[in-house]
Design a protein around this ligand. Structure first.
Ligand SMILES: Nc1ncnc2c1ncn2[C@@H]1O[C@H](COP(=O)(O)OP(=O)(O)OP(=O)(O)O)[C@@H](O)[C@H]1O
Ligand SMILES: [Mg+2]
Length: 243
């Protein structure tokens, strides 16, 4: 049976005269991968920023595990179980990989020992353990992106928001990250993923939401979305044309 974990209801958000999100609604199921796709500037990152409390919406409500979270601060929303990564990776560049992850683990504990134990577990899980003593800024992009995921996982979320965690990866890194996302869902963690990489989206998603100019223009399975004329016109046509 499907259990809903996140319900986004009639969310709108403007920046001055620009309507970045217009009355967006969708539901995400527990343990599943829900994708948000759409052209540049269609509102995907803004929606993440509303979900995790960075922006207050002008209208609408968001429920996480049936609790209203709109209006709560990002730190509180993270404590409730929603973690995210950022489109532009920003690890704490002066810290090494281990300390980056320990810093995030502290949201669940005051004990350094416990935070460190969690961090080691997460570094094993994400395949970064051999890099633990390296400075975050010295890592290649693929590993910096994985460190972002590791930091988010260290907060022990029930739902993980991934904002273009696959952008700029080479084919080997890409496959590694796809496997990592599958492993994360096997832990029972629900995922909301923003991605332009169609191979990744079609392979991973259970349900896809399509945004265009701040509006939801379609929702469905990968098969349904791939053949939806509105989606092809607004977004996929361009991608297919580029090959
Ligand atoms: N803080 C802000 N102030 C003003 N305008 C903003 C702000 N954040 C986003 N916007 C605008 O809102 C619109 C949606 O932006 P958003 O970053 O959500 O798009 P996106 O779908 O994530 O795009 P991309 O695929 O390029 O990452 C854009 O027109 C953007 O310029
Ligand atoms: Mg974005």
């Amino acid at each position: 049976m499907n259990t809903m974990i996140l319900s986004v209801e009639n969310i709108s958000k403007s920046f001055g005269g620009l309507k970045a999100l217009k009355n967006i609604s969708f539901k995400a199921q527990k343990g599943k991968i829900t994708a948000l796709i759409g052209p540049n500037g269609s509102g995907k990152t803004t929606l993440f920023n509303v979900i995790n409390g960075f922006y207050k919406p002008d209208n609408g409500s968001i429920y996480f595990k049936n609790q209203l979270i709109t209006g709560l601060k990002p730190h509180k929303i993270c404590q409730m179980g929603i973690a995210r990564t950022f489109q532009i990776v920003k690890p704490l560049s002066k810290l090494n990989v281990l300390d980056n992850v320990i810093t995030s683990s502290y949201i669940r504990t005051n004990s350094h020992q416990k935070a460190e134990e969690t961090a080691y577990k997460i570094l094993e899980f994400t395949g970064l353990i051999e890099d633990k003593d390296k400075l975050a800024k010295s890592l290649p992009l693929g590993k910096r992106k994985r460190l972002e995921i590791a930091r988010a996982l260290a907060t022990q979320p029930e739902m993980l928001l991934l904002d273009e965690a696959f952008a700029g990866l080479n084919p080997t890194e890409l496959n590694h990250s796809i496997e990592l996302v599958k492993k994360i869902t096997e832990q029972g963690i629900s995922i909301l993923i923003i991605e332009h990489h169609m191979k990744v989206i079609m392979q991973l998603s259970d349900n896809i939401i399509v945004l265009d100019y701040g509006e939801k223009i379609a929702e469905g399975s990968p098969e349904e979305i791939a053949k939806n004329p509105k989606v092809i016109e607004a977004y996929l046509g361009e991608i297919y044309a580029l090959g």
